[in-house]
Structures are given as structure tokens and as C-alpha cells.
Write a protein that binds this ligand. Structure first.
Ligand SMILES: Nc1ncnc2c1ncn2[C@@H]1O[C@H](COP(=O)(O)OP(=O)(O)OP(=O)(O)O)[C@@H](O)[C@H]1O
Ligand SMILES: [Mg+2]
Length: 464
């Protein structure tokens, strides 16, 4: 491998849906890392949020590597929410990779391969490159219309100027296509990457600010560039080690990144890449940006995976590992031994533990308010009170789920605001865990496999 290939600037736009955690935009901390009562979509759980913030600050300062944090607490106490908040607060550059413990059990690759890939997704490489660009104001775009109408053979000329010079460039079909895709017109200030032909519109020239009245309010005005048209510019981009792995493994190739089916990557490929990256670091062309690997539901990992984690955390390029679990003292998967959180003691010993607490009624109310806003649901005070009470007595998640259902019930009766009647209607329509269990107890003999678990029986005796 002589030249390593790296992905250039990712132009992917993320589709944002209203998901369980879409209201979370950060950890909601102030400058002193104290948790604000209600900020960035986060409510309560202040000690845990502060602790997460301290870890984040250490990551940003580049002070720690290879540390691991465990978020432990009852179901629905915001463990996943805090991890999402960390991801948002981490910023663009450092990578945040996320997986659920169960994802390692795949038929396509071994467990350790899945974990290795996850670790390498969480390690960024910041690469500095010098590129040649042409930057100037578009004076004129001329496209020749050939007699035989075939778009492939289109040619044209592009005139660009700076305050000091003006040059005419020949255009090929590809460039013409790029120009029309970016809707470039004369009067625009553009930058063209010489190697890739990528065109970026930087804005409109100040000189043309009064030419058009058909401009949107977002139109940005910029000065016509000075000096030479051709410039050398240093560009910096961050890619993850995993992305470099995939692009350079011949059997997978570039497209695998988008398809997601990367398969196993040969160890030789990784070795070469690590060597090359080390070389770049020595030459000052690249830096390592350790990110965060978040493994949710970590009790789903088994003993082999845990021992892999022990080792992986000791490598010098290791990311920060954040894991979460809602389990108490339980069997370690793959063994007959029990351990706190289902995690072996030797790994637990390496973890900083952040615990989350159940929410108060007031906090539940605030979270429900945020969710109503996120889902665009209008709700009366009384309905909110009732929903809060339901949330307190059943679970926060159940109450959150009722919001959408209640708003549909409200829509059906052509109401404007969700009211008590809608809430009680969906409350009777969808049962929560407690009522469902109650029902099962009463009618258990009519269900299949209806033997009630004997509470005295130990679950460690269950076979795999
Ligand atoms: N402090 C909080 N502020 C705002 N929203 C929260 C907060 N805590 C939890 N939520 C929201 O409540 C719901 C349940 O929380 P979450 O999924 O984080 O629980 P969890 O601790 O991961 O539970 P489990 O152990 O079952 O995975 C989510 O929709 C989450 O976004
Ligand atoms: Mg969770």
C-alpha cells in the first residue's frame, strides 16, 4: 500500500426524526460544569450530568485516554439520554460511536471483530492536507450548445476574476454539471478544488448587491478575493480509523461504508494503516483525536467481550469507553458467576461509575413538558397533571408514549388541546407493565408456558 486513501469531507446530511431522545441537545451544563435545572432538553439527574460533563471536559482537553465510565441505574432514569447528551456536547470533531451490547452477536463477523470495528469508529485521525484551489468571482459562464444535442459532449468557458486578475478556464461536461447543480451565476464568489473539481459557493459579490431583487434573505455577501486566482490552502478533516480501514481493504472498498456491510477486515490491513498513521503523526501531517465509544445495555456482552475490553482499554490510542446498564447483581453472560451489573470485577475495577436516580414528580412533569413541545402536542394543565401522576405511578417511558396516542385521540374527537378525557381514554386503551402483570396473574392458566417463576429459584441455574 503506497498511498492511503481517506474519505474527504463528509457531505452526508442526517435525517432527524422525533425519536426517544430527539429533545436532547446537550448535557445542559453551565461554564462551571454545574447542571442547570432544565437546559438543552435535560432535566434533573444533576449529579450524573455533572459527572458526565467532567469526563467530557477531560476528553476535550485531551487529558485522558483509555478511560471507561459506567452509567448505572434503574430503567428509565436517563442513562441513554445522558450518553446522547454527551454525544451532542462532544462537538463535530471527536467521533462518537454508539452500539448496543446485543449488536456484537452477528452472523457476519466474530464478536471481537465487531468490537474492534466499534473501537476504531471511535478513534479519529485529523489529517492536514494542502490543496490547490481556485478562488474568484464569476464574471461569465458560457456554455457551447453543440449541433448534435448530447449533454455528454458539452463544453464551455468560465471567466473568473480577483481584484487583480481575470482568467478564462475551459469547462468539461462534469464541471458544467457541477456549476448548474450549485446554481452558480455570474456575480457569485466561488472556490474550486483543483483536484476533485468540487465547487463551493462562498457568497455573492458585494459589487452585485443591488443587481438582483430576487435574492433570498439568506444571501451572503462577500468581498471579491484579492491577489492570485490560484491559492494553496490547508484543509483539515477528521476521519475515523474504521473509515480508513474500510476504504483501504480491497475486498470491501469505498461503497461498503455507505452500504454498511463491511464484513471482517483483515488484520494486515489494520497493521499497515496503524503504521501509516504513526508515520503521519511523526511527520506532523496527522493527529489522533480520541472519541467516545458508547455501549448501551452492556450486560448483553459476554465474558470474552469483557476480557477484550480490558485489553483494548490499555492500548495507547484507546477512546473513552462509556457503557450503560440497568442490571443489578446478575449472571455474567457466558459464565455461571454472578457479579454487580453483570460485569466481571476486573473490568468494573477499571470503570468510573456514575449512578442515576429515579425522577421526582416535578422532574417527570418537566420532562413530559419538553416531550409535548418536541412532539408538537398542545395539552391542558389538568391533562399534564394527570399524565405526570401516571408517569410517577407507572413509568416515565409509559407516560411519554401516551403523549402521541393522546394527541391522536384528541384529533379524532376534533379537539384543539389534549384534555383529561384523551389521557384517560389512552390510559385504558394501552396498559402499562403493572396492569399487564396483574392481568397475567389473574388469567395465567389461559396463557402458554404459564408456570410462574419461582422466586426462590436462582436464575444462574438457567441454561444458556
Ligand atoms: N434527565 C432527563 N431529561 C430529559 N429527558 C430525559 C431525562 N432522562 C430521561 N429522559 C427521557 O426519558 C426516556 C427514558 O430515558 P432513557 O431511555 O435514557 O432511560 P435509560 O436509563 O437508558 O433506561 P434503560 O435502562 O431502560 O435503558 C427517554 O425518552 C429520555 O430521552
Ligand atoms: Mg437505555
Amino acid at each position: 500500500m503506497t498511498e492511503l486513501k481517506v474519505l474527504e469531507g463528509k457531505d452526508l446530511t442526517r435525517i432527524e426524526r422525533i425519536g426517544a431522545h430527539s429533545h436532547i441537545r446537550g448535557l445542559g451544563l453551565d461554564d462551571a460544569l454545574e447542571a442547570r435545572k432544565n437546559s438543552q432538553g435535560m432535566v434533573g439527574q444533576r449529579a450524573a450530568r455533572k459527572a458526565a460533563g467532567v469526563i467530557l471536559q477531560m476528553i476535550k482537553d485531551g487529558k485522558i485516554a483509555g478511560r471507561a465510565v459506567l452509567l448505572a441505574g434503574q430503567p428509565g432514569t436517563g442513562k441513554t439520554a445522558i450518553a446522547m447528551g454527551m454525544a451532542k456536547a462532544l462537538g463535530e470533531e471527536a467521533p462518537f460511536a454508539m452500539m448496543a451490547g446485543s449488536e456484537i452477536f452477528s452472523l457476519e463477523m466474530s464478536k471481537t471483530e465487531a468490537l474492534t470495528q466499534a473501537f476504531r469508529k471511535a478513534i479519529g485521525v485529523r489529517i492536514k492536507e494542502e490543496t490547490e484551489i481556485i478562488e474568484g468571482e464569476v464574471v461569465e459562464i458560457l456554455i457551447d450548445k453543440p449541433a448534435s444535442a448530447g449533454s455528454a459532449s458539452k463544453t464551455g468557458k468560465l471567466t473568473l476574476k480577483t481584484t487583480e486578475m481575470e482568467t478564462v478556464y475551459d469547462l468539461g461536461a462534469k464541471m458544467i454539471e457541477n456549476l448548474s447543480k450549485e446554481k452558480i451565476q455570474s456575480g457569485d464568489i466561488v472556490a474550486i478544488d483543483k483536484a476533485s473539481g468540487k465547487i463551493t459557493k462562498l457568497g455573492r459579490s458585494f459589487a452585485r448587491s443591488r443587481d438582483y431583487d430576487a435574492m433570498g434573505p439568506q444571501t451572503k455577501f462577500v468581498q471579491c478575493p484579492e491577489g492570485e486566482l490560484q491559492k494553496r490552502k490547508e484543509v483539515v478533516h477528521v476521519v475515523s480509523l474504521h473509515e480508513i480501514d474500510v476504504i483501504n481493504s480491497r475486498t470491501q472498498g469505498f461503497l461498503a461504508l455507505f452500504a454498511g456491510d463491511t464484513g471482517e477486515i483483515r488484520p494486515e490491513v489494520r497493521e499497515q494503516i496503524d503504521g501509516k498513521v504513526a508515520e503521519w503523526r511523526e511527520e506532523g501531517k496527522a493527529d489522533i483525536v480520541p472519541g467516545v465509544l458508547f455501549i448501551d445495555e452492556v450486560h448483553m456482552l459476554d465474558i470474552e467481550c469483557f476480557s477484550y475490553l480490558n485489553r483494548a482499554l490499555e492500548q495507547d490510542m484507546a477512546p473513552i469507553l462509556v457503557v450503560a446498564t440497568n442490571r443489578g447483581i446478575t449472571r455474567i453472560r457466558g459464565t455461571n458467576y454472578k457479579s454487580p451489573h453483570g460485569i466481571p470485577i476486573d473490568l468494573l475495577d477499571r470503570l468510573l461509575i456514575i449512578s442515576t436516580q429515579p425522577y421526582t414528580e416535578e422532574e417527570i412533569r418537566l420532562i413530559l413538558d419538553i416531550r409535548c413541545e418536541e412532539e408538537d402536542v398542545e395539552m391542558t394543565e389538568e391533562a399534564r397533571d394527570l399524565l405526570t401522576k401516571i408517569g410517577h405511578e407507572t413509568s416515565l417511558r409509559y407516560a411519554i408514549h401516551l403523549i402521541t396516542a393522546a394527541s391522536l385521540a384528541c384529533l379524532k374527537r376534533k379537539g384543539k388541546e389534549v384534555d383529561i378525557e384523551d389521557i384517560s381514554r389512552v390510559y385504558s386503551l394501552f396498559v402499562d407493565v403493572k396492569r399487564s402483570t396483574q392481568f397475567l396473574m389473574e388469567y395465567q392458566e389461559q396463557f402458554m408456558f404459564n408456570e410462574m417463576a419461582d422466586p426462590t429459584q436462582d436464575d444462574s441455574q438457567m441454561s444458556e
